[in-house]
Design a protein around this ligand. Structure first.
Ligand SMILES: Cc1cc2nc3c(=O)[nH]c(=O)nc-3n(C[C@H](O)[C@H](O)[C@H](O)COP(=O)(O)O)c2cc1C
Length: 465
């Protein structure tokens, strides 16, 4: 729905609508939109003001109940603005969009409106818009204003304090935080004028995300200037609007995640099927609870977790060294599937297949036991947690591991192929401590991460007492 204009209603309906809007503190057009939205979510609504819900409204999501005003400027990256709307709405945010005149050369108000399920604001002097919402309300009713893409022109207007179109006027009139995602040709980004504007905007407490470096969509050039990806922007918005409790604030937690690769020769290596999903999810969950998380990640194909300082390594020995460098820490959570063995001597050259000679034999040697090293370390963290991936005798092996490695908790999971856990999205874990075993039902790896992060907060609190 690109726009709604409330006209030509019979007087009784109009009066009922006016009353309902006044009761709910909305404009009449907003009320109509609300009614239409409620119809879509099968809420039974009567125009006289009563509403009976037959389906639970969507209140979940990290941004539920949050209002974002998104300003889309006139750059090639405007198309990413459409994805950004989707991602924000998926997380429960209500998104209103101001599309600049140049922005509408790249994407249409129709597609923006279809994605926001709201009207799209384009013109400072639109009588209907100004009467109904107005640029001042637009600028104040959001929890956060996001400008993506922020063109060089928009940045210059902001820095100069211009208000010669709806976007710049809203940005001038707002009392809310503004987060901008610049996107432009690298030469424009590096121009002394843009650099000057950046400094001014930073001084004005405008938040920046990106730009990233890489190929430019339009020019075949490369360098700094690519707009941050929509998911990166969403993560920043979530971080900014997050008001959840931070029980792990002030705690440093060292983590490992993913597999290790143990080289055989320059092209071959010994690996395992760990995807890093569980470890990365735990790192992100701990960071969301306020911990300073330092993660040593083996080779994985997933992005670094948000808000986590991540170091990338390949081998078990590199992982051990990186963990050592991160000590002291309050807690250690060792999730990586570290290879137990590596080749005794890595061949400097690719091992050749020799006719009639049969396969070469690999001599293996034991890798360092990173978890045991931490459990018995002179700088042992107050809480040490390890993961045990087993295919048989899960509990017995986990209990043995707890003792041998000097850990406080072993999270045991059955990684037999039929479980689909290794590399999959779900997990079923058992928590083994010195006092007992707790069996958790199957849940997503994200949910395991959330619950485990809460448990770690509790363990650290108890360890302090
Ligand atoms: C094809 C094309 C692509 C453009 N891409 C960008 C861009 O990525 N970043 C930028 O700052 N300006 C870009 N421009 C220039 C802006 O569109 C121009 O400066 C415009 O006035 C910006 O308007 P705004 O302030 O509404 O964003 C581009 C222009 C054209 C014709």
């Amino acid at each position: 729905m690109a726009s709604i204009t409330v006209r030509n209603l019979d007087p009784a309906t109009k009066e009922a609508l006016r009353r309902r809007a006044a009761q709910n503190g909305r404009s009449m057009e907003e009320e109509v939109r609300h009614l239409l939205g409620a119809l879509e979510s099968s809420e039974t609504v009567n125009i006289d003001g009563s509403a009976r819900s037959t389906a639970a409204p969507v209140v979940s999501g990290s941004l539920a109940g949050r209002h974002i005003l998104l300003i889309i400027g006139g750059g090639i990256a405007a198309y990413k603005g459409l994805d950004l709307i989707r991602r924000l709405r998926e997380r429960g945010a209500a998104v209103r969009v101001v599309l600049t005149s140049a922005g509408s050369q790249f994407i249409t108000p129709l597609s923006v409106g279809a994605l926001t399920a709201d009207r799209v604001f384009t013109d400072l002097f639109d009588r209907e818009d100004e009467h109904d919402v107005g640029h001042i309300r637009l600028s104040r009713e959001a929890d956060l204003i996001v400008v993506a893409p922020a063109t060089a022109d928009l940045m210059a207007k902001m820095a100069a304090g211009l208000g010669n179109d709806l976007a710049s006027t809203v940005l001038l009139a707002t009392d809310k935080t503004v987060l901008i995602a610049p996107a432009m040709n690298p030469k424009m980004w590096d121009h002394p004028a843009t650099r000057r504007n950046r400094r001014i905007l930073e001084k004005d407490n405008i938040l920046f995300i990106g730009p990233n470096a890489g190929e430019m969509a339009e020019s075949g050039e490369a360098g700094a200037g690519r707009m941050a990806e929509p998911l990166e922007i969403v993560a920043r918005v979530e971080e900014f609007l997050d008001q959840s409790p931070k029980p792990l604030a002030g705690n440093k937690i060292v983590m490992t995640s993913g597999p290790t690769h143990e080289p055989i020769d320059p092209v071959r290596y010994i690996a395992n099927r760990s995807s890093g999903r569980q470890g990365h999810a735990i790192a992100a969950a701990l960071a969301r609870l306020g911990a300073k998380v330092q993660l040593v990640s083996g080779p994985v194909n997933i992005p670094d977790p948000q808000g986590v300082q991540t170091v990338h390594v390949e081998t078990a020995e590199e992982m051990r060294d990186a963990v050592e460098q991160m000590l002291p820490a309050d807690a250690a959570v060792m999730v990586a599937a570290v290879a137990d063995w590596r080749t005794k001597s890595e061949s400097g050259e690719k091992i050749k297949k020799k006719a009639g000679k049969g396969p070469p034999s690999l001599k293996l040697t034991e890798n360092p036991d990173i978890l045991a090293g931490l459990g018995h370390h002179k700088l042992r963290p107050r809480v040490v947690i390890g993961f045990a991936a087993e295919t048989n005798d899960l509990e017995k092996n986990a209990k043995g591991k707890l003792q041998r490695k000097g850990a406080d908790l072993i999270v045991a999971n059955d990684v037999s192929p039929e479980t689909g856990i290794m590399g999959g999205l779900k997990n079923r874990v058992r928590l083994v401590t010195r006092t007992g075993v707790e069996d958790w039902p199957e849940m997503s790896k994200d949910e395991v991460a959330r619950r485990l992060a809460d448990r770690i907060a509790l363990m650290l609190e108890e360890a302090e007492a």
